[in-house]
Design a protein around this ligand. Structure first.
Ligand code: CO
Length: 222
């Protein structure tokens, strides 16, 4: 038997018994149902674990992560998770959380070629072109990346709000807000990017306000 991961299994055993010591009913309570209020769409990056950075225990946040926190209407995985979160779990908040220093965003900005992931992040490259961020000077690379990380979150919130799943939830009168957040690897803090939508008729105006705010904030770096 290969014991390479023995330390992880031991850590798990220790965690489970510590959890029981603090709260003897913990697992019993979560065994048969989950009722999280939050659905998190974030990046797969190991440095941005949803539960940890907002300090939530198991059972409190339903999570979907992929490279560069993308939302595609044709992505069965993301759309299925969204449907489950909205229609079955009836979450009240969907948080799209990007992060500065995102490799997927950097790759897209530079037009790097790595393989399969190229196609996945290609829409971010198009986004960079739309905002004239591709012709960066080598010294200004970082500022352009930060700006694109923010615009990427805002763009994905827009995609999500325009999906039939979310539109239908709002038409049914469901209480549901979609939020745009970005996490900083430097200090562990999350910034609200200001695009917080809870009705279908708000998205266009709120989207353009949020994009303008990003542009304004980064004006000096352009
Ligand atoms: Co990332």
């Amino acid at each position: 038997m290969n014991n390479a991961l023995q330390h992880l299994l031991e850590a798990n055993t220790a965690w489970a018994s510590a959890q029981l010591e603090r709260d003897p009913e913990f697992f019993k309570r979560l065994e048969n149902q989950q009722s999280p209020e939050y659905f998190w769409i974030g990046c797969s990056d190991s440095r941005v674990p949803a539960n940890t950075i907002v300090d939530l225990p198991p059972g409190e946040v339903f999570v979907h992560r992929n490279v560069a926190n993308q939302v595609f209407h044709g992505d069965l995985n993301g759309q299925s998770a969204t449907q489950f979160a909205v229609e079955v779990l009836q979450v009240k908040h969907i948080i799209v959380c990007g992060h500065y220093g995102c490799s997927g965003v950097r790759m897209a900005l530079r037009g790097d070629r790595l393989g399969l992931a190229d196609a996945w992040v290609r829409p971010i490259h198009q986004l960079a072109r739309r905002h004239s961020l591709t012709g960066f000077p080598s010294t200004g690379d970082q500022a352009y990346q930060d700006q694109l990380c923010e615009l990427n979150v805002i763009e994905q919130v827009k995609h999500l709000c325009e999906s039939t799943l979310i539109e239908d939830a709002w038409l049914r009168g469901q209480d549901l807000t979609v939020h745009s957040w970005i996490y900083s690897l430097k200090d562990g803090l999350i910034r609200n990017l200001g695009l917080n939508v809870n009705a279908p008729n708000q998205i266009d105006q709120e989207y353009s306000n949020a994009v303008k705010a990003v542009k304004l904030r980064h004006q000096s770096t352009k």
